[in-house]
Ligand binder design. Structure first.
Ligand code: MF3
Ligand code: CO
Ligand code: CO
Length: 277
């Protein structure tokens, strides 16, 4: 799979897919409460995607090389689960943290985003992990612009995360996205500035760091999908789909109820103050 550059028509398609993806996460938010099962969230997501958004759930039956087809419409990864958790009939309980990762296809274009939700009151450590992982994603997003290196993104995420004592999962990464769910390039969440490929305007990529409270090591469960931390420490992830522009970036998976953008994120074009003579 090669890197694709989106023309204006492709960018328009990606903007729509991205916004609908974010709206699906908005829709699910109020349902994430103690007692609901992840299968119920999955059914709500599937119905909203198809019946309200007029879109298709990309994960359902997705079968990248060597994997069994993914059996559900969303991924739900709870506590020590890192990613690709499969919805089931176990109710969420107060104190859980859960990543809901949704990907939809609208008019052939993909949007991919995930958020953390806290189930009732959660521990200080869990809240801190969710907040820092969100900030780490934005540290990566802020590096995006034409000419920047993929290594700049990875380094920004890794140095911020490790600076706060969190470890970065290595085996899973962000990716190009467009007419395909997963396209080149791979977007590593660790690395060195000035290394790897340079970004070009019109590329669309995801940035989706997975951070662990404990060690970075992971393992796959027997279901062939669910990834957990080897030491069973808490893990969190956030994901946005981002367009590379000549001067910076445009986050495509934003909506009315997206969580507030961190204060340290400066707009690509600072506001101009006009003085009246
Ligand atoms: N949404 C995930 C990502 O961000 C991929 C999930 S693959 C699935 O890339 F098959 F588990 F859905
Ligand atoms: Co993704
Ligand atoms: Co995703």
């Amino acid at each position: 799979m090669t890197i694709t550059i989106k023309d204006p028509e492709g960018i328009a398609g990606m903007r729509i897919a991205g916004r609908l993806t974010a709206e699906l996460l908005d829709y699910l938010a109020p349902f994430v409460k103690p007692g609901i099962t992840t299968n119920e969230l999955d059914r709500l997501a599937e119905a909203y995607t198809t019946q309200v958004l007029g879109a298709i759930s990309a994960p359902l039956n997705y079968a990248p090389g060597g994997h069994d087809p993914y059996p559900k419409s969303i991924c739900t990864s709870i506590n020590h689960q890192v990613c690709h958790g499969i919805p089931n009939d176990k109710p969420l309980k107060k104190g859980d943290i859960i990543n809901v990762d949704v990907t939809l296809i609208k008019d052939g274009w993909h949007g991919d985003s995930s958020r953390m939700y806290m189930v009732g009151e959660v521990s200080v450590a869990a809240r801190r992990l969710c907040k820092l992982t969100y900030e780490a994603m934005w540290k990566g997003i802020m590096k995006v612009r034409e000419g920047a290196y993929l290594g700049d993104i990875g380094h920004a995420i890794q140095s911020f995360s490790e600076g706060h004592g969190l470890s970065v999962v290595r085996e899973y990464c962000g990716h190009g996205i467009g007419r395909n769910f997963h396209e080149d390039p791979q977007v590593l969440h660790y690395g060195k500035p000035g290394t790897l490929d340079q970004l070009k305007a019109g590329m669309t990529i995801t940035i989706e760091p997975m951070l662990n409270v404990g060690r970075k090591d992971i393992k796959e469960l027997g279901d062939g999908w669910t990834i957990v931390t080897k030491d069973h420490s808490l893990s969190a992830q956030w994901e946005h789909t981002v367009l590379v522009t000549p001067t910076g970036y445009e986050v495509l998976t934003l909506s009315a109820h997206s969580p507030a953008i961190p204060d340290f994120v400066q707009p690509a074009m600072p506001a101009v103050t006009l003085s009246v003579p």
